[in-house]
Design a protein around this ligand. Structure first.
Ligand SMILES: Nc1ncnc2c1ncn2[C@@H]1O[C@H](COP(=O)(O)OP(=O)(O)OP(=O)(O)O)[C@@H](O)[C@H]1O
Ligand SMILES: O=P(O)(O)OC[C@H]1O[C@H](OP(=O)(O)OP(=O)(O)O)[C@H](O)[C@@H]1O
Length: 304
């Protein structure tokens, strides 16, 4: 198959991480937003089958500059790599996506002599986040009046950053931590947080055509629906009318709970959106108040 340049003509270009931590979640989002495509095994560019969009599969860390420079219109990537690529002023963060959550932390060997960032200042740091680490330690060096050769040395590595201290390359590292498993496996512990991050939908600041602006709105709204459907469930229950006010305070919903009459005198049925990660505690509470027939339904999709 040959992808002719004019195949992309007029299409909104949407960058998706081609591998790594964000890839699978992005595919789920595309499916939930009904952005259909068939990707050829050797191609990182493919056109959508049902929308005037082309998907461009790129390394997550390259997406900010493609979008920032306007070669691509829209993208999904981490907030961290946008800052690292110094593209925060060239893109707008349209939507937080609720996955890819982690923290960029300064880490040192647990058993080593360095126990805080002041001890680490002036020593050797290894990281894949050169820009953010430089920024962080430049401030620290300035606060501690470290100048010239006294300043902290930052070295770049492309991956396996956690190995740097045990290999004698560094006194500390700056890398991402989610569960902390990798950090602990290397005998490291955090002494400072540079930033927290999650995946975001970004748009170029370069002006788009009216049609493309409209399409961006549609995509954004569909993706927001998919994210909300992952976050919320619907809780329904029956409750005596005199307990409704207390129960409604447990399930206030996004705007207000829906209350409908029941054939049984003095009882009402309530339906409300609840956060999935609070479902068990909410059901405990409702049961205590006197609710019956408490049901939880997952959402396939929604617009809220
Ligand atoms: N452990 C993690 N938990 C959650 N999000 C993460 C984690 N590691 C990375 N991320 C997020 O995913 C983005 C891409 O990281 P990833 O390590 O997948 O990059 P990659 O270099 O493109 O992939 P690979 O490591 O396969 O080469 C990061 O910039 C960050 O926003
Ligand atoms: O706190 P944890 O849950 O252990 O996650 C942190 C690890 O995840 C990322 O690497 P990843 O596994 O994506 O591989 P990479 O080193 O190839 O980027 C990051 O660079 C850490 O090494």
């Amino acid at each position: 198959m040959h992808l002719l340049p004019n195949t992309l003509d007029g299409r909104l270009l949407f960058a998706i991480p081609k591998k790594g931590r964000l890839h699978e979640k992005c595919l789920q989002i595309l499916a939930g937003a009904d952005i259909q495509f068939r990707r050829h095994a050797r191609l990182d560019v493919c056109v959508s089958l049902n929308l005037p969009i082309a998907l461009i599969f790129l390394p997550a860390s390259d997406i900010p500059s493609f979008v920032g420079k306007g070669n691509v219109d829209l993208g999904i990537t981490g907030h961290d790599v946008i800052l690292e690529a110094k593209m925060n002023e060239h893109v707008t963060e349209e939507l937080k996506l609720g996955f890819g959550k982690c923290a960029l932390q300064v880490q040192v060997p647990e058993a080593g002599p360095v126990q805080n960032v002041e001890d680490l200042a002036g020593k050797r740091i290894v990281t894949s986040f050169e820009v953010l680490a430089e920024e962080y330690f430049a401030k620290l060096d300035a606060n501690l009046n470290l100048t010239g050769d006294q300043r902290t040395k930052i070295d770049y590595v492309g991956g396996s950053v956690e190995a740097a201290c045990s290999l004698g390359l560094a006194d500390g590292i700056v890398d991402l931590v989610e569960s902390g498993d990798t950090m602990r496996a290397y005998g490291l512990h955090p002494i400072a947080t540079v930033l927290t991050t999650e995946a975001v939908l970004i748009k170029t600041r370069k002006p788009l055509s009216e049609e493309h602006e409209e399409l961006v709105k549609v995509i954004k709204s569909r993706i927001a629906g998919v994210i909300a459907a992952n976050k919320y469930a619907v809780c329904t229950y029956n409750i005596p009318r005199d307990k409704l006010a207390v129960a409604a305070s447990v399930t206030p919903g996004r705007r207000a709970p829906t209350v409908s009459g029941l054939e049984t005198e003095g009882w009402v049925a309530v339906s409300s959106m609840v956060e999935k990660n609070k479902v068990a505690a909410i059901m405990d509470e409702l049961e205590k108040i006197g609710a019956e027939d408490i049901l939880i339904f997952n959402l396939d999709n929604c617009r809220v």
